[in-house]
Design a protein around this ligand. Structure first.
Ligand code: MN
Ligand code: MN
Length: 462
């Protein structure tokens, strides 16, 4: 929706009354605090489970038979969470699912990360997801994650977030010596093997060999109980260290790392926490590994959805395979993920009649994919009609979206991994500026509209 000339009357803020605007500004406060608390998939899964418990959701593992109206949560590998409200209708009528992802692009430490060179200690990384590498140098970084000892003991790492705490960074070349570097293509100027994190420079021992590395290892052992070999069984992520903040003289936007896709995770979780039991069972699922193709046993290419639904049926004493298949096939899903907002500085990659704009409401994306809709789900128009009618009835500001011009690029979401069960799926989330950068921008109006959209979707009847 919205060419440049039309953009004025499409703005979500102008459709909101004073009460809506107050709610949107208030909603964003909670969102900013969440972004500053939970920067990784594990931290987000913990945050969601804690919020759910506080709202009276029970741990699924501890539950007996499930009855309509029961509210509960499930977790998997500390990286996936599902919040569920059991509906009144039988499962074969289908469920309403909102599925987001809580992993974001970042730099992961390698198995043998630590080395010393030229009087400094550094950590080698392997980037995760689609990043522009030059954006990750010369900014403050924090290390988040876990180290699992051979005994099974888990050491949690979260270093570099507080102002008075130690921090980390990746160095870049000074412009004076950077001529050759700057003459290169942006994609080649900084290479993957150049993303080495600076972690020490002071020798504490008189070792002749690698005194700086030795001293870092001593500190790791003394302060955290980590041995060099333990990095083999660790999951440590370097993420931008700066906090989320309001952006603009009008404070209408939020700037932060990892809004793709924690913006959808936060809005959908808040929505289900505020929902009453509906006709259909509601599932708010926050998955992992979307940024690397939904791979692995915490990504949506695995059978997470099927396993969740079969566990639900098992606790309702409906063990048959047919009901499982019928339930999945009759379900509705929103693939809750972000889209690219038109950037006024780079109009050449956007098609303004069909791309989404910051602040124009939640985005309905019928299909994603690239090079002729490859690797996408293309929603059925009957379902698109149902959703746009639902949003209009609930006074939700929404717009359509498509990722840039046809031949420029593209991208995928989890929608295709939901559609394979036969359920109806459409992509629905907010539009971001600077997506996949260390500091992504969202609109508070869009954030609030996405919350309202997910909430009425959870309550949608068949
Ligand atoms: Mn995403
Ligand atoms: Mn992404």
């Amino acid at each position: 929706m919205g060419t440049q000339d039309e953009s004025k009357n499409k703005n979500a803020w102008s459709k909101m009354d004073d009460a809506d605007i107050r709610c949107a500004m208030e909603f964003a406060k909670g969102y900013i605090s969440f972004l500053n608390t939970a920067k990784t998939e594990r931290e987000t899964a913990d945050y969601i489970a804690a919020q759910a418990k506080q709202a009276g959701f029970k741990d699924f593992e501890a539950m007996g038979t499930i009855k309509p109206g029961d509210k509960f949560f499930m977790t998997k590998n500390n990286k996936v969470t599902a919040l569920i409200i059991a509906g009144k209708e039988p499962p074969q009528k289908g469920f309403n699912l909102v599925v987001s992802h809580i992993d974001s692009p970042r730099l992961d430490l390698k198995a043998h990360p630590l080395y010393e060179a030229d009087g400094m200690a550094l950590l080698k990384t392997h980037y995760y997801g689609g990043i522009k590498k030059y954006q990750w140098v010369a900014i403050p970084l924090a290390l988040h994650g876990v180290v699992v000892k051979k005994t099974g003991e888990i050491i949690t790492v979260k270093l570099g977030e507080k102002e008075d705490e130690l921090g980390f960074t990746i160095t870049d070349l000074l412009p004076h010596l950077g001529k050759d570097q700057m003459d290169k293509k942006m994609s080649e100027a900084i290479k993957g093997e150049d993303l080495n994190i600076l972690v020490g420079s002071r020798p504490l021992t008189d070792d002749e060999k690698e005194p700086i590395k030795r001293s870092v290892l001593n500190l790791l052992k003394e302060e955290y109980g980590i041995d060099e070999d333990d990095f083999v069984s660790a999951e440590i992520e370097a993420v931008p260290a700066f906090p989320a903040r309001e952006i603009g003289f009008d404070r209408s936007m939020v700037g932060a790392y990892g809004q793709d896709d924690r913006v959808s995770a936060y809005a959908s979780c808040r929505a289900i926490l505020d929902c009453k039991a509906a006709e259909r069972t509601s599932i708010c699922l926050c998955a992992d590994k979307e940024e690397i193709g939904s791979a692995g046993n915490t990504g949506l290419q695995s059978l997470i959805i099927e396993n969740i639904v079969s566990q639900l049926l098992h606790k309702q004493n409906i063990p048959d395979y047919y009901t499982l298949r019928k339930c999945l096939e009759s379900s509705y899903a929103l693939s809750a993920d972000v889209n690219a907002a038109v950037d006024p500085t780079y109009p050449q990659v956007f098609e303004k009649m069909n791309n989404s704009f910051l602040g124009h409401g939640v985005v309905l994306t019928k299909f994603t994919g690239s090079r002729g809709k490859y690797d996408s789900n293309d929603s059925n128009p009957e379902f698109v009609a149902k959703i746009r009618s639902l949003f209009d009835q609930n006074r939700i500001a929404w717009q359509v979206g498509e990722l840039g011009k046809v031949d420029i690029g593209g991208g995928g979401t989890v929608a295709q991994y939901l559609a394979r069960y036969g359920m109806e799926v459409i992509d629905c989330g907010v539009a971001l500026l600077s997506m996949h950068s260390p500091f992504e921008i969202s609109s508070k109006a869009d954030l609030y509209m996405s919350y309202k959209a997910y909430k009425c979707f959870f309550e949608l009847n068949s």
